[in-house]
Design a protein around this ligand. Structure first.
Ligand code: HEM
Length: 373
C-alpha cells in the first residue's frame, strides 16, 4: 500500500465475490463482467474482487443494476414522450391529457409514445423484479456469512413491490405525487442496489488522512442530490418544464406565501381544460424556479465536497473528479435543454446524468464508511 496512513479493513468477502484461490483468478471473466468493468467509470476501484470472479449472487446484483438503470431511463422516456415533449405542434401539444369521466386520464393516448418502449419497459421491469427476489433469497440463504447484508436486499425488495403496485395502480397523471414517487423511488432503488454492490464487492479503504467530517459531508451530498432529483421530478409531474423559458429569470418573481404553499402541496390535483390541456400558472413557475435554485445549491456544495475529497488518496481523488465532472455537466444540460426548447433526448439524458450523479455521491460515501451488515 502506497499510503502509510491508509488501512484496508481486512474483511472476508461474501462467497461468490472474493478471489478464493489463484486458479479462480485464471478463469476467463464471464461476459456480464463487462458491465462490472464499465461501472468502474463511476467506481474507479482497482481493488474490486468482483471484477475478477464469478458466482450467481454477484451476477444477479450486476444484472439488477443494469435492469434498474434501464427501467429508470425508459420510464423517463415514456413519461416525457407521453407529456408531449418533441410533439408536432410544440408547445401547444405539450401537457395535453386525454381525460375520462371522473378525472382519470392517460398521457400516452394523446401522443405518439412508441409501442416498443412500452413493451421493453414492461419486460425489463418484470426481469428486474425476478432478479431482486433472487438477490433477497440468496442473501437470506447466505446470512451466516459475517459480511453478508440481509436487511438491505429486503429493503430493496420492499421498494420494488411498492413501485410495482404504484405502476400497476397509477390512478392518473393529474396526481403529481404519483410521478414524484415513481421517479424518486426508481432513483432510490438504483442507489440502494449500487450500495449493495459496493458493500459486497469492494474492500473499504479507511484512510486516516481523509479530512475530518468528510463522511458526514458525503452523506449530506447524497441527501441534497436526492432532494434536487425530487424537485426535478416535481417539475416533470406538474408539467412545469415550459413555465419558465427565460434564463436565468422567469419573467417577474412569482413568490407569495399562497403560491409557495400551492406549489409544494403534495395532495394537489392538476386541473385540465376541456381540450385536455393541463392548466398551468404561478405555481408551476415557482416549482420550476425552485429546481433551478436547488441546482445552484447542489453545484456549490458538491464542488466544495469534491475539493475536500480531492485532498485524500488516489482512489478518493478519482471519485471526486467523476463527481465534479457530473455536477458541472448536469446544470449545463438543464440550461441547454431549455435553450433548445426541451428536446426529448436531452431531457432523458438529464435524467440519466442525475442518476449517475447520485451513484457517484453514494460511491464517495462508500469509500469513507466502515463496512458492516
Ligand atoms: C444538479 C442539478 C440538477 C439535477 C440533479 C437535476 C435533475 C432533474 C431530474 C431528475 C429531472 C426529472 C426528469 C424527468 O422528467 O425524467 C429534472 C427535470 C428538469 N430539469 Fe433538472 N436537474 C438539475 C439542474 C437543472 C438546471 C440547472 C435546469 C435549468 C436551468 C434544469 C431544468 C430542468 C427542467 C426544465 C426539467 C423538466 C423536464 C421535464 O420533465 O419536462 N435542471 N431535473
Amino acid at each position: 500500500m502506497n499510503n502509510p496512513t491508509a488501512t484496508t479493513i481486512d474483511r472476508t468477502i461474501p462467497p461468490g465475490f472474493g478471489r478464493t484461490n489463484q486458479a479462480k483468478a485464471c478463469h476467463r471473466a464471464p461476459t456480464y463482467l463487462f458491465f462490472a468493468n464499465a461501472m468502474t467509470l463511476i467506481s474507479p476501484n482497482t481493488h474490486s474482487p468482483l471484477a475478477r470472479t464469478g458466482g450467481l449472487y454477484p451476477l444477479l446484483i450486476h444484472l439488477a443494476l443494469a435492469l434498474v438503470f434501464m427501467v429508470v431511463i425508459l420510464s423517463a422516456y415514456l413519461r416525457l414522450a407521453g407529456s408531449g415533449l418533441g410533439c408536432m405542434d410544440w408547445p401547444e401539444c405539450y401537457a395535453v391529457i386525454k381525460t375520462k369521466a371522473g378525472g382519470s386520464g392517460s398521457l400516452a393516448a394523446m401522443h405518439l409514445v412508441p409501442a416498443w418502449a412500452t413493451v421493453v419497459h414492461r419486460l425489463t421491469a418484470s426481469a428486474l423484479g425476478i432478479a431482486v427476489i433472487g438477490i433477497t433469497l440468496m442473501s437470506i440463504q447466505r446470512r451466516k456469512h459475517p459480511e453478508q447484508p440481509v436487511l438491505l436486499p429486503i429493503m430493496i425488495l420492499v421498494l420494488t413491490i411498492l413501485l410495482s403496485l404504484l405502476g400497476y395502480k397509477t390512478p392518473s397523471p393529474l396526481l403529481p405525487w404519483v410521478t414524484l414517487c415513481n421517479l424518486a423511488g426508481g432513483m432510490a432503488m438504483l442507489a440502494l442496489l449500487w450500495w449493495l454492490r459496493q458493500r459486497s464487492a469492494s474492500p473499504v479503504m479507511v484512510n486516516k488522512a481523509h479530512p475530518r467530517g468528510l463522511r458526514l459531508g458525503a452523506l449530506i451530498g447524497i441527501v441534497i442530490i436526492f432532494i434536487q432529483i425530487s424537485l426535478g421530478a416535481w417539475v416533470s409531474a406538474n408539467f412545469a418544464a415550459t413555465a419558465c423559458t427565460d434564463i436565468p429569470g422567469c419573467g417577474g418573481e412569482p413568490w407569495t406565501a399562497v403560491s409557495l404553499r400551492e406549489s409544494f402541496d403534495l395532495t394537489r390535483t392538476l386541473a385540465v381544460m376541456p381540450n385536455g390541456k393541463v392548466v398551468t400558472g404561478t405555481a408551476e413557475k415557482v416549482i420550476h424556479m425552485f429546481h433551478r435554485g436547488g441546482a445552484l445549491v447542489v453545484l456549490i456544495y458538491i464542488v466544495w465536497l469534491c475539493w475536500r475529497a480531492a485532498r485524500g488518496d488516489r482512489l478518493m481523488r478519482r471519485t471526486a473528479v467523476t463527481l465534479f465532472v457530473l455536477v458541472l455537466l448536469q446544470p449545463l444540460l438543464g440550461v441547454t435543454t431549455i435553450a433548445m426548447n426541451l428536446p426529448i433526448i436531452a431531457v432523458t439524458a438529464h435524467n440519466a446524468i442525475a442518476a449517475l450523479l447520485l451513484l457517484s455521491a453514494v460511491n464517495l460515501f462508500h469509500h469513507l464508511a466502515p463496512t458492516g451488515k
